[in-house]
Design a protein around this ligand. Sequence first.
Ligand code: PMP
Length: 471
Amino acid sequence: MNEHVGQEFDNAALVSSDRGSFFHPFTAIADQQANGALVMVEAKGSRIIDASGKEFIDAAAGLWCVNVGYGRREISDAIAAQSQKLPYFHSFNGISNEPSIRLSEKLLSLAPKSMRRVFYGSSGSDANDTAVKMLWYYNICRGKPEKRKIISRDYAYHGVSVASGSLSGIPMVHQNFGIPLDFARHVSRPDLYRDAPLRQCHTEEAYSAYLANELDQMIRAEGADTVAGFVAEPVMGTGGVLPPPRGYFQEIQKVLNLYDVRLVADEVITGYGRTGTWFASEACGMKPDLILTAKGLTSGYLPLSAVFVGDQIWSVFEEASKDGRVFAHGFTYSGHPTCAAAALANLEIIEREGLVEHVAAIAGDFRAAFDAAIGGCAIVGEIRSAGLMMGVELVADRDTKAKLPATAKIAGRVATAARRHGVLVRGLPNSDIIALSPPFIVTEEEIALIATGLRNAIEDVTQELRSEGLI
Ligand code: PMP
Protein backbone atom coordinates (compact mmCIF):
# COMPACT_ATOMS: atom_id res chain seq x y z
CA MET A 1 0.00 0.00 0.00
CA ASN A 2 0.99 3.61 -0.44
CA GLU A 3 3.38 4.49 2.39
CA HIS A 4 2.80 8.22 1.98
CA VAL A 5 -0.95 8.26 2.53
CA GLY A 6 -0.58 10.50 5.58
CA GLN A 7 1.10 13.14 3.45
CA GLU A 8 -1.22 12.75 0.49
CA PHE A 9 -4.39 13.63 2.39
CA ASP A 10 -5.20 16.50 4.71
CA ASN A 11 -6.99 14.53 7.41
CA ALA A 12 -7.97 17.58 9.48
CA ALA A 13 -9.54 19.29 6.46
CA LEU A 14 -11.45 16.14 5.50
CA VAL A 15 -12.75 15.63 9.04
CA SER A 16 -13.83 19.26 9.22
CA SER A 17 -15.57 19.08 5.85
CA ASP A 18 -17.28 15.81 6.87
CA ARG A 19 -18.61 17.51 10.02
CA GLY A 20 -20.23 20.24 7.99
CA SER A 21 -21.68 18.20 5.13
CA PHE A 22 -22.11 14.46 5.61
CA PHE A 23 -25.16 13.03 7.44
CA HIS A 24 -23.98 9.56 8.49
CA PRO A 25 -26.21 6.50 8.81
CA PHE A 26 -26.63 5.02 12.32
CA THR A 27 -24.49 7.79 13.82
CA ALA A 28 -25.22 10.08 16.78
CA ILE A 29 -24.78 13.58 15.35
CA ALA A 30 -23.27 14.87 18.60
CA ASP A 31 -20.64 12.09 18.56
CA GLN A 32 -19.72 12.82 14.97
CA GLN A 33 -19.35 16.51 15.79
CA ALA A 34 -17.30 15.83 18.93
CA ASN A 35 -15.07 13.00 17.72
CA GLY A 36 -14.81 13.66 14.01
CA ALA A 37 -15.06 10.95 11.38
CA LEU A 38 -12.58 8.20 10.69
CA VAL A 39 -11.83 8.89 7.03
CA MET A 40 -10.81 5.83 5.03
CA VAL A 41 -8.67 6.33 1.95
CA GLU A 42 -7.06 3.11 0.80
CA ALA A 43 -7.15 -0.64 1.41
CA LYS A 44 -5.46 -3.87 0.36
CA GLY A 45 -6.17 -7.43 1.47
CA SER A 46 -7.49 -7.17 5.06
CA ARG A 47 -5.75 -3.84 5.76
CA ILE A 48 -7.21 -0.37 5.51
CA ILE A 49 -5.58 3.05 5.96
CA ASP A 50 -7.17 6.29 7.13
CA ALA A 51 -6.36 9.78 5.93
CA SER A 52 -3.85 10.33 8.74
CA GLY A 53 -1.88 7.29 7.55
CA LYS A 54 -2.91 4.94 10.40
CA GLU A 55 -3.34 1.33 9.32
CA PHE A 56 -6.01 -1.04 10.67
CA ILE A 57 -6.84 -4.69 10.16
CA ASP A 58 -10.47 -4.77 9.06
CA ALA A 59 -11.76 -7.63 11.21
CA ALA A 60 -15.34 -6.83 10.14
CA ALA A 61 -14.85 -6.87 6.32
CA GLY A 62 -16.62 -3.50 6.17
CA LEU A 63 -20.15 -4.50 7.13
CA TRP A 64 -19.72 -8.30 6.78
CA CYS A 65 -19.16 -7.94 3.06
CA VAL A 66 -15.61 -7.54 1.69
CA ASN A 67 -15.17 -11.30 1.58
CA VAL A 68 -12.41 -11.54 -1.05
CA GLY A 69 -10.52 -8.65 0.55
CA TYR A 70 -9.67 -5.20 -0.78
CA GLY A 71 -7.71 -4.28 -3.89
CA ARG A 72 -8.72 -7.15 -6.20
CA ARG A 73 -7.63 -6.09 -9.68
CA GLU A 74 -9.87 -8.66 -11.41
CA ILE A 75 -12.99 -7.04 -9.97
CA SER A 76 -12.00 -3.46 -10.72
CA ASP A 77 -10.87 -4.48 -14.23
CA ALA A 78 -14.21 -6.22 -14.84
CA ILE A 79 -16.03 -3.10 -13.64
CA ALA A 80 -13.95 -0.85 -15.90
CA ALA A 81 -14.38 -3.10 -18.94
CA GLN A 82 -18.15 -3.48 -18.54
CA SER A 83 -18.72 0.20 -17.84
CA GLN A 84 -16.94 1.05 -21.09
CA LYS A 85 -18.92 -1.51 -23.09
CA LEU A 86 -22.40 -1.08 -21.60
CA PRO A 87 -22.34 0.75 -18.26
CA TYR A 88 -26.07 0.54 -17.70
CA PHE A 89 -29.33 -0.55 -19.10
CA HIS A 90 -32.56 -1.51 -17.37
CA SER A 91 -34.19 -4.91 -17.38
CA PHE A 92 -37.88 -3.89 -17.38
CA ASN A 93 -40.23 -5.18 -20.10
CA GLY A 94 -38.10 -8.18 -20.96
CA ILE A 95 -34.93 -6.27 -21.82
CA SER A 96 -31.75 -8.02 -20.74
CA ASN A 97 -27.98 -7.78 -20.77
CA GLU A 98 -25.17 -10.26 -21.13
CA PRO A 99 -23.50 -10.01 -17.68
CA SER A 100 -26.83 -10.37 -15.84
CA ILE A 101 -27.74 -13.42 -17.94
CA ARG A 102 -24.38 -15.06 -17.23
CA LEU A 103 -24.66 -14.18 -13.55
CA SER A 104 -28.16 -15.64 -13.27
CA GLU A 105 -27.00 -18.94 -14.75
CA LYS A 106 -23.98 -19.00 -12.50
CA LEU A 107 -26.01 -18.26 -9.37
CA LEU A 108 -28.55 -20.98 -10.13
CA SER A 109 -25.69 -23.45 -10.61
CA LEU A 110 -24.44 -22.64 -7.09
CA ALA A 111 -27.81 -22.44 -5.31
CA PRO A 112 -29.93 -25.27 -3.91
CA LYS A 113 -31.53 -27.29 -6.72
CA SER A 114 -35.07 -26.08 -5.96
CA MET A 115 -34.24 -22.49 -6.99
CA ARG A 116 -35.66 -21.49 -10.39
CA ARG A 117 -34.97 -17.78 -11.08
CA VAL A 118 -33.00 -14.80 -9.74
CA PHE A 119 -34.40 -11.26 -9.20
CA TYR A 120 -31.97 -8.37 -8.72
CA GLY A 121 -31.83 -5.20 -6.64
CA SER A 122 -29.07 -3.21 -4.96
CA SER A 123 -29.19 -3.91 -1.21
CA GLY A 124 -30.15 -6.37 1.49
CA SER A 125 -33.07 -4.13 2.45
CA ASP A 126 -34.53 -4.14 -1.04
CA ALA A 127 -34.05 -7.93 -1.25
CA ASN A 128 -36.24 -8.22 1.87
CA ASP A 129 -38.80 -5.79 0.44
CA THR A 130 -38.88 -7.85 -2.74
CA ALA A 131 -39.43 -11.02 -0.68
CA VAL A 132 -42.34 -9.40 1.16
CA LYS A 133 -44.00 -8.42 -2.11
CA MET A 134 -43.31 -11.83 -3.67
CA LEU A 135 -45.06 -13.52 -0.74
CA TRP A 136 -48.02 -11.14 -1.02
CA TYR A 137 -48.22 -11.54 -4.79
CA TYR A 138 -47.91 -15.33 -4.47
CA ASN A 139 -50.91 -15.54 -2.17
CA ILE A 140 -52.95 -13.03 -4.17
CA CYS A 141 -52.31 -15.15 -7.27
CA ARG A 142 -53.52 -18.20 -5.31
CA GLY A 143 -56.73 -16.39 -4.35
CA LYS A 144 -55.64 -15.93 -0.71
CA PRO A 145 -55.25 -12.16 -0.33
CA GLU A 146 -55.71 -12.35 3.47
CA LYS A 147 -52.64 -14.57 3.85
CA ARG A 148 -50.08 -11.76 4.18
CA LYS A 149 -48.56 -11.60 7.66
CA ILE A 150 -44.87 -12.34 7.88
CA ILE A 151 -43.19 -13.61 11.00
CA SER A 152 -39.55 -12.89 11.82
CA ARG A 153 -37.57 -12.93 15.05
CA ASP A 154 -36.81 -10.45 17.81
CA TYR A 155 -33.47 -8.74 17.19
CA ALA A 156 -33.31 -9.93 13.59
CA TYR A 157 -31.78 -7.52 11.08
CA HIS A 158 -33.43 -7.59 7.67
CA GLY A 159 -32.87 -3.97 6.69
CA VAL A 160 -34.16 -0.50 7.36
CA SER A 161 -36.64 0.35 4.60
CA VAL A 162 -40.23 0.56 5.86
CA ALA A 163 -41.05 -3.07 5.00
CA SER A 164 -37.67 -4.68 5.71
CA GLY A 165 -37.34 -2.53 8.83
CA SER A 166 -40.68 -3.98 9.96
CA LEU A 167 -39.21 -7.47 9.63
CA SER A 168 -36.14 -6.40 11.60
CA GLY A 169 -36.54 -6.89 15.34
CA ILE A 170 -33.93 -4.49 16.68
CA PRO A 171 -35.60 -1.85 18.89
CA MET A 172 -33.57 1.09 17.57
CA VAL A 173 -34.63 0.29 13.99
CA HIS A 174 -38.31 0.63 15.02
CA GLN A 175 -38.15 3.50 17.49
CA ASN A 176 -38.96 6.96 16.17
CA PHE A 177 -40.41 5.62 12.92
CA GLY A 178 -43.74 4.09 13.89
CA ILE A 179 -42.79 0.66 12.56
CA PRO A 180 -43.20 -2.32 12.45
CA LEU A 181 -46.11 -2.06 10.04
CA ASP A 182 -49.09 -4.25 10.76
CA PHE A 183 -48.08 -7.20 8.56
CA ALA A 184 -45.03 -8.06 10.69
CA ARG A 185 -44.90 -10.31 13.76
CA HIS A 186 -41.89 -11.43 15.81
CA VAL A 187 -41.11 -14.61 17.75
CA SER A 188 -38.14 -15.20 20.08
CA ARG A 189 -34.66 -15.44 18.62
CA PRO A 190 -32.73 -18.62 19.41
CA ASP A 191 -30.38 -17.51 22.18
CA LEU A 192 -28.80 -20.53 23.84
CA TYR A 193 -26.69 -18.43 26.16
CA ARG A 194 -29.38 -16.29 27.79
CA ASP A 195 -32.83 -17.43 26.75
CA ALA A 196 -32.64 -21.26 26.80
CA PRO A 197 -31.91 -21.48 30.56
CA LEU A 198 -34.81 -19.10 31.30
CA ARG A 199 -37.13 -21.48 29.43
CA GLN A 200 -35.79 -24.45 31.41
CA CYS A 201 -34.48 -25.95 28.18
CA HIS A 202 -31.44 -28.01 29.06
CA THR A 203 -30.61 -29.43 25.64
CA GLU A 204 -30.39 -27.75 22.25
CA GLU A 205 -33.06 -30.11 20.92
CA ALA A 206 -35.44 -29.21 23.75
CA TYR A 207 -34.88 -25.51 23.10
CA SER A 208 -35.50 -25.99 19.36
CA ALA A 209 -38.77 -27.76 20.15
CA TYR A 210 -39.71 -24.97 22.56
CA LEU A 211 -39.12 -22.29 19.91
CA ALA A 212 -40.95 -24.23 17.21
CA ASN A 213 -43.89 -24.53 19.57
CA GLU A 214 -43.84 -20.78 20.17
CA LEU A 215 -44.06 -20.28 16.40
CA ASP A 216 -46.86 -22.82 16.16
CA GLN A 217 -48.81 -20.98 18.87
CA MET A 218 -48.34 -17.66 17.14
CA ILE A 219 -49.51 -18.94 13.76
CA ARG A 220 -52.60 -20.47 15.39
CA ALA A 221 -53.34 -17.32 17.38
CA GLU A 222 -53.06 -15.15 14.27
CA GLY A 223 -54.92 -17.67 12.11
CA ALA A 224 -52.95 -19.74 9.59
CA ASP A 225 -55.03 -18.22 6.79
CA THR A 226 -53.42 -14.85 7.56
CA VAL A 227 -49.77 -15.94 7.72
CA ALA A 228 -47.74 -15.95 4.49
CA GLY A 229 -44.14 -16.39 5.52
CA PHE A 230 -41.41 -16.86 8.08
CA VAL A 231 -38.13 -15.00 7.53
CA ALA A 232 -34.88 -15.96 9.20
CA GLU A 233 -31.14 -15.58 8.89
CA PRO A 234 -29.56 -19.08 9.05
CA VAL A 235 -27.01 -17.70 11.52
CA MET A 236 -28.37 -14.50 13.05
CA GLY A 237 -25.81 -11.74 12.48
CA THR A 238 -26.49 -8.27 13.81
CA GLY A 239 -28.91 -9.73 16.38
CA GLY A 240 -25.99 -11.33 18.22
CA VAL A 241 -24.15 -13.81 15.96
CA LEU A 242 -26.39 -16.69 17.01
CA PRO A 243 -25.92 -20.04 15.29
CA PRO A 244 -29.18 -22.02 15.46
CA PRO A 245 -29.52 -24.69 18.13
CA ARG A 246 -29.42 -28.28 16.85
CA GLY A 247 -32.64 -29.27 15.11
CA TYR A 248 -34.02 -25.71 15.15
CA PHE A 249 -34.79 -25.27 11.46
CA GLN A 250 -35.99 -28.86 11.09
CA GLU A 251 -38.57 -28.24 13.84
CA ILE A 252 -39.49 -24.83 12.41
CA GLN A 253 -39.87 -26.34 8.94
CA LYS A 254 -42.39 -28.89 10.24
CA VAL A 255 -44.55 -26.10 11.66
CA LEU A 256 -44.36 -24.08 8.44
CA ASN A 257 -45.36 -27.10 6.35
CA LEU A 258 -48.36 -27.71 8.60
CA TYR A 259 -49.77 -24.24 7.94
CA ASP A 260 -48.74 -23.65 4.31
CA VAL A 261 -46.29 -20.91 5.34
CA ARG A 262 -43.33 -20.20 3.05
CA LEU A 263 -39.76 -19.97 4.39
CA VAL A 264 -37.46 -17.07 3.44
CA ALA A 265 -33.75 -17.50 4.18
CA ASP A 266 -32.05 -14.13 4.60
CA GLU A 267 -28.51 -15.01 3.53
CA VAL A 268 -27.39 -11.40 3.09
CA ILE A 269 -24.48 -12.10 5.46
CA THR A 270 -24.10 -15.86 5.14
CA GLY A 271 -24.43 -16.22 1.34
CA TYR A 272 -21.32 -17.07 -0.73
CA GLY A 273 -19.18 -18.68 1.90
CA ARG A 274 -19.12 -16.76 5.20
CA THR A 275 -19.92 -19.89 7.24
CA GLY A 276 -17.89 -22.32 5.10
CA THR A 277 -20.58 -23.42 2.61
CA TRP A 278 -21.91 -21.52 -0.42
CA PHE A 279 -25.26 -21.11 1.31
CA ALA A 280 -25.76 -21.56 5.05
CA SER A 281 -29.47 -22.36 4.73
CA GLU A 282 -28.81 -25.79 3.23
CA ALA A 283 -26.23 -26.60 5.90
CA CYS A 284 -28.69 -25.52 8.64
CA GLY A 285 -31.41 -27.83 7.36
CA MET A 286 -33.61 -25.05 5.95
CA LYS A 287 -35.70 -25.72 2.84
CA PRO A 288 -36.26 -22.13 1.78
CA ASP A 289 -38.74 -20.94 -0.83
CA LEU A 290 -36.83 -17.68 -1.28
CA ILE A 291 -33.14 -17.01 -0.60
CA LEU A 292 -31.99 -13.41 -0.19
CA THR A 293 -28.39 -12.41 -0.86
CA ALA A 294 -26.36 -9.20 -1.26
CA LYS A 295 -23.09 -8.15 0.45
CA GLY A 296 -20.76 -11.08 -0.45
CA LEU A 297 -22.24 -11.35 -3.96
CA THR A 298 -19.87 -8.56 -5.06
CA SER A 299 -17.76 -8.45 -1.87
CA GLY A 300 -19.10 -4.90 -1.58
CA TYR A 301 -17.22 -3.60 -4.65
CA LEU A 302 -20.56 -2.48 -6.13
CA PRO A 303 -24.08 -2.65 -4.67
CA LEU A 304 -26.06 -5.71 -5.80
CA SER A 305 -28.69 -8.00 -4.29
CA ALA A 306 -30.11 -11.25 -5.64
CA VAL A 307 -33.36 -12.92 -4.57
CA PHE A 308 -33.58 -16.61 -5.53
CA VAL A 309 -37.11 -17.81 -6.26
CA GLY A 310 -37.87 -21.47 -5.49
CA ASP A 311 -40.04 -23.77 -7.62
CA GLN A 312 -43.21 -23.64 -5.52
CA ILE A 313 -43.45 -19.86 -5.76
CA TRP A 314 -42.14 -19.67 -9.32
CA SER A 315 -44.74 -22.10 -10.64
CA VAL A 316 -47.54 -19.92 -9.20
CA PHE A 317 -45.98 -16.81 -10.81
CA GLU A 318 -45.76 -18.59 -14.17
CA GLU A 319 -49.35 -19.77 -13.96
CA ALA A 320 -50.58 -16.27 -13.00
CA SER A 321 -48.81 -14.72 -15.97
CA LYS A 322 -50.99 -16.80 -18.28
CA ASP A 323 -53.91 -14.68 -17.02
CA GLY A 324 -51.99 -11.52 -17.89
CA ARG A 325 -50.82 -10.78 -14.35
CA VAL A 326 -47.48 -8.97 -13.96
CA PHE A 327 -45.24 -8.77 -10.89
CA ALA A 328 -45.16 -4.98 -11.00
CA HIS A 329 -42.02 -4.55 -8.95
CA GLY A 330 -38.40 -3.79 -9.76
CA PHE A 331 -35.81 -1.08 -9.62
CA THR A 332 -33.97 1.17 -12.06
CA TYR A 333 -30.87 -0.80 -11.15
CA SER A 334 -32.36 -4.34 -11.23
CA GLY A 335 -29.99 -6.38 -13.39
CA HIS A 336 -27.35 -3.63 -13.56
CA PRO A 337 -24.74 -4.90 -16.06
CA THR A 338 -21.70 -3.37 -14.36
CA CYS A 339 -22.71 -4.70 -10.93
CA ALA A 340 -23.29 -8.12 -12.51
CA ALA A 341 -19.80 -8.02 -14.04
CA ALA A 342 -18.37 -7.25 -10.58
CA ALA A 343 -20.29 -10.20 -9.11
CA LEU A 344 -19.05 -12.58 -11.82
CA ALA A 345 -15.43 -11.54 -11.20
CA ASN A 346 -15.94 -11.89 -7.44
CA LEU A 347 -17.47 -15.38 -7.74
CA GLU A 348 -14.66 -16.41 -10.07
CA ILE A 349 -12.11 -15.45 -7.42
CA ILE A 350 -14.01 -17.35 -4.73
CA GLU A 351 -14.10 -20.47 -6.92
CA ARG A 352 -10.57 -20.25 -8.30
CA GLU A 353 -9.02 -19.73 -4.89
CA GLY A 354 -11.30 -22.25 -3.18
CA LEU A 355 -12.29 -19.62 -0.61
CA VAL A 356 -15.46 -21.35 0.60
CA GLU A 357 -13.50 -24.51 1.40
CA HIS A 358 -10.78 -22.31 2.87
CA VAL A 359 -13.24 -20.70 5.31
CA ALA A 360 -14.39 -24.16 6.40
CA ALA A 361 -10.76 -25.24 6.82
CA ILE A 362 -9.59 -22.28 8.95
CA ALA A 363 -12.77 -21.81 11.01
CA GLY A 364 -11.47 -24.02 13.83
CA ASP A 365 -8.13 -22.19 14.10
CA PHE A 366 -9.91 -18.82 13.90
CA ARG A 367 -12.10 -19.80 16.83
CA ALA A 368 -9.21 -21.29 18.82
CA ALA A 369 -7.19 -18.06 18.50
CA PHE A 370 -9.95 -16.10 20.25
CA ASP A 371 -10.70 -18.76 22.84
CA ALA A 372 -7.02 -18.57 23.80
CA ALA A 373 -6.66 -14.78 23.65
CA ILE A 374 -9.90 -13.56 25.25
CA GLY A 375 -11.70 -16.66 26.57
CA GLY A 376 -10.37 -15.97 30.06
CA CYS A 377 -11.06 -12.21 30.19
CA ALA A 378 -13.19 -11.14 33.15
CA ILE A 379 -15.87 -9.48 31.01
CA VAL A 380 -16.12 -12.09 28.22
CA GLY A 381 -19.30 -14.09 28.86
CA GLU A 382 -19.42 -16.16 25.70
CA ILE A 383 -17.70 -16.54 22.34
CA ARG A 384 -19.90 -17.87 19.53
CA SER A 385 -18.94 -18.57 15.95
CA ALA A 386 -19.86 -20.13 12.63
CA GLY A 387 -17.15 -20.16 9.96
CA LEU A 388 -15.64 -16.67 9.87
CA MET A 389 -18.50 -15.04 11.82
CA MET A 390 -17.91 -14.50 15.50
CA GLY A 391 -19.78 -12.85 18.36
CA VAL A 392 -18.25 -12.00 21.74
CA GLU A 393 -20.83 -11.30 24.44
CA LEU A 394 -19.54 -8.99 27.18
CA VAL A 395 -20.85 -9.20 30.74
CA ALA A 396 -20.26 -7.71 34.17
CA ASP A 397 -19.96 -11.16 35.75
CA ARG A 398 -19.13 -14.38 33.92
CA ASP A 399 -20.68 -16.67 36.51
CA THR A 400 -24.05 -14.95 36.84
CA LYS A 401 -24.06 -13.56 33.25
CA ALA A 402 -25.05 -10.22 34.84
CA LYS A 403 -25.13 -7.45 32.28
CA LEU A 404 -23.34 -4.15 32.49
CA PRO A 405 -25.64 -1.11 32.67
CA ALA A 406 -26.76 0.04 29.23
CA THR A 407 -25.17 3.41 29.96
CA ALA A 408 -21.73 1.72 29.95
CA LYS A 409 -22.22 1.20 26.15
CA ILE A 410 -19.75 -1.60 26.50
CA ALA A 411 -19.76 -2.92 22.93
CA GLY A 412 -19.10 0.49 21.38
CA ARG A 413 -16.47 1.20 23.98
CA VAL A 414 -14.52 -1.98 23.26
CA ALA A 415 -14.79 -1.36 19.51
CA THR A 416 -13.35 2.14 20.00
CA ALA A 417 -10.54 0.78 22.16
CA ALA A 418 -9.78 -1.89 19.55
CA ARG A 419 -9.42 0.86 16.97
CA ARG A 420 -6.63 2.36 19.10
CA HIS A 421 -4.95 -1.05 18.90
CA GLY A 422 -5.23 -1.08 15.11
CA VAL A 423 -8.20 -3.44 14.79
CA LEU A 424 -11.67 -2.67 13.40
CA VAL A 425 -14.47 -4.71 15.00
CA ARG A 426 -18.16 -3.83 15.43
CA GLY A 427 -20.23 -3.28 18.51
CA LEU A 428 -23.70 -4.55 17.59
CA PRO A 429 -26.70 -2.23 18.13
CA ASN A 430 -28.85 -2.64 21.26
CA SER A 431 -26.49 -5.27 22.63
CA ASP A 432 -23.28 -5.97 24.53
CA ILE A 433 -21.89 -8.01 21.68
CA ILE A 434 -18.80 -7.50 19.55
CA ALA A 435 -18.92 -8.96 16.04
CA LEU A 436 -16.01 -10.13 13.93
CA SER A 437 -16.18 -11.23 10.29
CA PRO A 438 -12.79 -10.79 8.62
CA PRO A 439 -12.24 -11.17 4.87
CA PHE A 440 -11.86 -14.83 3.82
CA ILE A 441 -8.24 -14.18 2.86
CA VAL A 442 -7.25 -13.07 6.38
CA THR A 443 -3.88 -14.63 7.20
CA GLU A 444 -2.92 -16.65 10.26
CA GLU A 445 -0.66 -13.79 11.34
CA GLU A 446 -3.49 -11.28 10.96
CA ILE A 447 -5.84 -13.46 12.99
CA ALA A 448 -3.24 -13.45 15.78
CA LEU A 449 -2.96 -9.65 15.53
CA ILE A 450 -6.75 -9.23 15.68
CA ALA A 451 -7.00 -11.52 18.71
CA THR A 452 -4.21 -9.65 20.53
CA GLY A 453 -5.64 -6.25 19.61
CA LEU A 454 -9.07 -7.27 20.86
CA ARG A 455 -7.62 -8.65 24.09
CA ASN A 456 -5.73 -5.41 24.71
CA ALA A 457 -8.91 -3.42 24.04
CA ILE A 458 -10.95 -5.60 26.42
CA GLU A 459 -8.28 -5.26 29.10
CA ASP A 460 -8.15 -1.47 28.72
CA VAL A 461 -11.91 -1.22 29.08
CA THR A 462 -11.95 -3.67 32.00
CA GLN A 463 -9.56 -1.35 33.85
CA GLU A 464 -11.84 1.60 33.14
CA LEU A 465 -14.91 -0.29 34.34
CA ARG A 466 -13.10 -1.22 37.56
CA SER A 467 -12.13 2.37 38.22
CA GLU A 468 -15.72 3.44 37.54
CA GLY A 469 -16.94 0.82 40.03
CA LEU A 470 -19.04 -0.94 37.37
CA ILE A 471 -17.44 -4.35 37.90
N1 PMP B 1 -30.29 -8.74 5.98
C1 PMP B 1 -29.24 -9.03 6.74
C2 PMP B 1 -29.13 -10.40 7.35
C3 PMP B 1 -28.26 -8.07 6.99
O1 PMP B 1 -27.23 -8.35 7.79
C4 PMP B 1 -28.40 -6.79 6.40
C5 PMP B 1 -27.35 -5.69 6.60
N2 PMP B 1 -26.45 -5.86 7.58
C6 PMP B 1 -29.52 -6.54 5.61
C7 PMP B 1 -30.43 -7.54 5.41
C8 PMP B 1 -29.73 -5.18 5.00
O2 PMP B 1 -28.80 -4.95 4.01
P1 PMP B 1 -28.54 -3.47 3.45
O3 PMP B 1 -27.84 -2.71 4.52
O4 PMP B 1 -27.69 -3.73 2.23
O5 PMP B 1 -29.86 -2.89 3.07
